[in-house]
Design a protein around this ligand. Structure first.
Ligand code: DAH
Length: 343
C-alpha cells in the first residue's frame, strides 16, 4: 500500500509536468498513461499485492488516479483545440446547431406595413407624429373649435397635468403637423396609435391604430381621391371586392365620405362583424376643408387636397378572420404565433 501511494504521487507529478504542444505529444501522453500498456493499467495491476483489508481504499485511490489521468488528457487535447478531443468528449461538431426560436411580427404591424407599402407605390411618403397632443393639433386646427359638438364624436382622454393636452384621438393631428411645415405638395401616409375612452368589447378598444392619408397640391379633386382609394382596396382585398362610398360628415373635410367594402368574414351575407349588413366601413375621407388649409397657412384658392383615415385593426380582422379586437393586445402567444409570414 505504501509503495502504491508513492507511485501514484510520482505519476501525478509527472502528469502535471507533462506539457503538450502538438497532437503527437498528446498521443505520447495517451500511450504512456492511458494506453493498454500504459502506467494506469500497470498500476491497476498492483491491486493484487494489496492486503485484503486495504483493498477497498486502494481501489478508490486507483480509480481517482485513473480519472485524474483521463481528465488531464482531455484538458490537454482541448487546449490544443483539436476536434478529436471534442468528439471524444461526446460533442459532434458536424451536427446542426440548436434552432433559435423565431419571433413573428404582430398582425397590426403586418397590416400597417401592407397598407403603407400600397400607398408608397403611389408615391406617398411616410410621416409620424406625437401620441400626446395639444388641443390645437388634435382638434382646433382640424376645424373643431372649442365647444364644437363634433368633439363628442370621439371620447377623449385628457392629460391631468396639462388641461391643454390629450391622448390623440386620431392620426389627423399629423396632417396638421405636416401642413404646418409649409412644404408643398404633400403626399403622405401617417400610421400610428390612437386613444379613445371607449368601453372595451369584441368590436372596440380604448386604443387602436390608424393610418392617415393626405394629398395636397394644385388641382387635386374628389376623382383623385376615389381612384387612389379604389387602387388601395383592389391591392388590399383583391379585384373582386365590392366598394361603396357613403356621404358622411367630418369637420375637417368637405365634402366627406365613408368607404365600405363587402364583408370578408361572411362574404356579404351578414355576420356580427358587419352587423348583419354585408358591408364593413373601413375608412373616412373627403376634400380637406378650406378652414383647415388656412389654419396651416396654405392658400385654399391655390391648393386643394384630399385626406383619409382608416383603422388598422378592422382590416386586419377582415384579412385574418379575427372576430375579437381584444386579441390584439392580450399578448397570447398562441394567437401571436399564427402570424409568422408577411401578408
Ligand atoms: N379622423 C377620423 C377618425 O378618426 C378619420 C378620418 C376621416 C380622417 C376623414 C381623415 C378624413 O383624414 O378625411 O374617425
Amino acid at each position: 500500500m505504501e509503495s502504491l501511494l508513492k507511485k501514484i504521487e510520482e505519476y501525478k507529478q509527472e502528469i502535471l509536468g507533462f506539457a503538450v504542444t502538438d497532437e503527437k505529444q498528446a498521443e505520447e501522453f495517451r500511450i504512456r498513461f492511458l494506453g493498454t500498456k500504459g502506467l494506469v493499467k500497470a498500476i491497476m495491476g498492483e491491486m493484487k499485492n494489496v492486503a485484503p483489508e486495504q483493498k477497498k481504499e486502494a481501489g478508490q485511490l486507483l480509480n481517482e488516479f485513473k480519472q485524474f489521468a483521463e481528465g488531464r488528457y482531455e484538458e490537454l487535447k482541448a487546449a490544443l483545440g483539436s476536434s478529436a478531443s471534442s468528439a471524444s468528449a461526446g460533442i459532434d461538431l458536424s451536427l446542426p446547431g440548436d434552432p433559435l426560436p423565431l419571433g413573428s411580427r404582430h398582425p397590426v404591424v403586418l397590416m400597417k406595413n401592407k397598407i403603407v407599402s400600397i400607398f408608397q407605390r403611389l408615391g406617398f411618403a411616410v410621416a409620424e407624429g406625437p401620441e400626446i397632443e395639444d388641443d390645437w393639433h388634435n382638434f382646433g386646427a382640424l376645424n373643431l373649435p372649442e365647444h364644437h359638438p363634433a368633439r363628442d364624436m370621439q371620447d377623449t382622454f385628457y392629460v391631468q397635468q396639462n388641461p391643454d393636452w390629450v391622448l390623440r384621438t386620431h392620426t389627423s393631428n399629423v396632417q396638421i403637423r405636416e401642413m404646418e411645415k409649409g412644404k408643398l405638395p404633400i403626399r403622405m401616409v401617417m400610421p400610428g396609435r390612437v386613444y379613445r375612452n371607449e368601453t372595451i368589447s369584441a368590436r372596440s378598444h380604448c386604443f387602436f391604430h390608424q393610418v392617415e392619408g393626405l394629398y395636397i397640391d394644385e388641382n387635386v379633386s374628389f376623382a383623385d381621391l376615389k381612384q387612389t382609394l379604389y387602387f388601395f382596396v383592389k391591392e388590399m382585398y383583391g379585384a373582386d371586392v365590392k366598394v361603396r362610398f357613403r356621404p358622411s360628415y367630418f369637420p375637417f373635410t368637405e365634402p366627406s365620405a365613408e368607404m365600405d367594402v363587402s364583408c370578408f368574414i361572411c362574404g356579404g351575407s351578414g355576420c356580427n362583424i358587419c352587423k348583419k349588413t354585408g358591408w364593413v366601413e373601413i375608412l373616412g375621407c373627403g376634400m380637406v376643408h378650406p378652414n383647415v388649409l388656412q389654419n396651416c397657412h396654405i392658400d385654399p384658392a391655390k391648393y386643394t387636397g384630399f385626406a383619409f383615415g382608416m383603422g388598422i385593426e378592422r382590416p386586419a380582422m377582415l384579412k385574418y378572420g379575427i372576430n375579437d379586437i381584444r386579441l390584439f393586445s392580450e399578448n397570447d402567444l398562441r394567437f401571436l404565433k399564427q402570424f409568422t409570414s408577411a401578408i
